[in-house]
Design a protein around this ligand. Structure first.
Ligand SMILES: Nc1ncnc2c1ncn2[C@@H]1O[C@H](COP(=O)(O)OP(=O)(O)OP(=O)(O)O)[C@@H](O)[C@H]1O
Ligand SMILES: [Mg+2]
Length: 265
């Protein structure tokens, strides 16, 4: 299987500090990765590398066969091949656009505004993705008036619009209530198990948000990789405790996970 993402000895240095510190990591086609780590660990920085919006300070990053900064690599050709849904994106989108417009404009550049002559075929695709995410009743609502959960689902539909080969999700379930989280996990699980869906990398803070169908986990702490590999072996109490710096127990409950600290003795 070919590499969707390959980082070799990658560091990202800002103000003399390594936000990502000598990371080597490869994601193969069809894999679905979860990134776990404490606040400030470097998770979003990793996604920014994977989305080609951030270049390594040292080391090499190759995305979908294109090396960042390499001869012949044009990031403007690369970017439509990558779908990204994250908090930073939500802030850049015009609040007065409708949900349908918000998704549709993804086909025409990152935050382009509405114009009238979209292709019918694109509108059909936008409607289909929104339907898949349970947003059919919100097509004409202004993006700025959506709840957190509705906004997240719209952003995922938007990220799918360019038919990406790699889908990046930064904390898609953050801010959702229990019902909203379970609904999203179910939808992401369906996507993760779809063999025609893109390769996926999802950042999350909670193992409860890992949908069935996700295959691999990467744990990062202070910019350094602590563990990276198949979920069954790497999502262990030992690794999670090292990652978050306190004793934790992770349990596999069928096809989902849950984690908690040790009771006070
Ligand atoms: N442009 C920058 N200049 C300096 N420091 C930065 C810059 N961008 C991010 N950082 C710092 O790098 C570290 C990693 O940030 P990052 O956003 O990747 O963390 P994260 O793991 O996504 O955290 P969270 O869980 O809080 O979202 C943080 O300490 C952050 O303050
Ligand atoms: Mg982050």
């Amino acid at each position: 299987m070919s590499d969707v993402l390959e980082l070799v000895d990658v560091s990202v240095v800002r103000d003399g500090r390594a936000l990502v510190d000598d990371v080597s990591w490869s994601v193969k086609e069809g894999e679905r990765w979860v990134i776990l780590g404490p606040n400030g660990a470097g998770k979003t920085t990793l996604l920014n590398l994977a989305s080609s919006y951030l270049f390594p300070s040292t080391g090499t990053a190759t995305i979908l066969g294109e090396q960042l900064g390499g001869v012949g690599t044009d990031v403007f050709e690369l970017r439509p091949r990558i779908g990204m849904a994250g908090v930073a994106m939500a802030d850049k989108l015009p609040k007065r656009q409708t949900v349908l417009q918000t998704v549709l404009t993804a086909a025409y550049g990152m935050t382009a505004t509405w114009h009238e002559n979209y292709e019918a075929v694109d509108e059909e695709r936008a409607r289909a993705f929104l339907d898949r995410l349970g947003m059919t009743e919100y097509l004409d609502r202004k993006f700025g008036t959506l709840s957190e959960g509705e906004r997240k689902r719209t952003l995922i539909a938007r990220a799918m619009m360019t038919d990406p080969e790699l889908l990046l999700l930064d904390e898609p379930a953050a801010g959702l209530d229990l019902g909203g989280r379970e609904d999203l996990v179910r939808r992401l699980g369906r996507l993760a198990r779809d063999p025609f869906a893109p390769s996926m990398i999802m950042v999350t803070h909670h193992v409860e948000e890992i949908a069935p169908g996700f295959t691999h986990v990467l744990m990062i702490r202070q910019g350094k990789i602590l563990a990276a590999g198949p979920m069954e072996t790497e999502l262990s109490s030992r690794n999670l405790s090292l990652c978050f710096g306190l004793p934790l127990i992770v349990e596999n409950t069928g096809d989902r996970y849950t984690a908690h600290g040790l009771p006070l003795s």
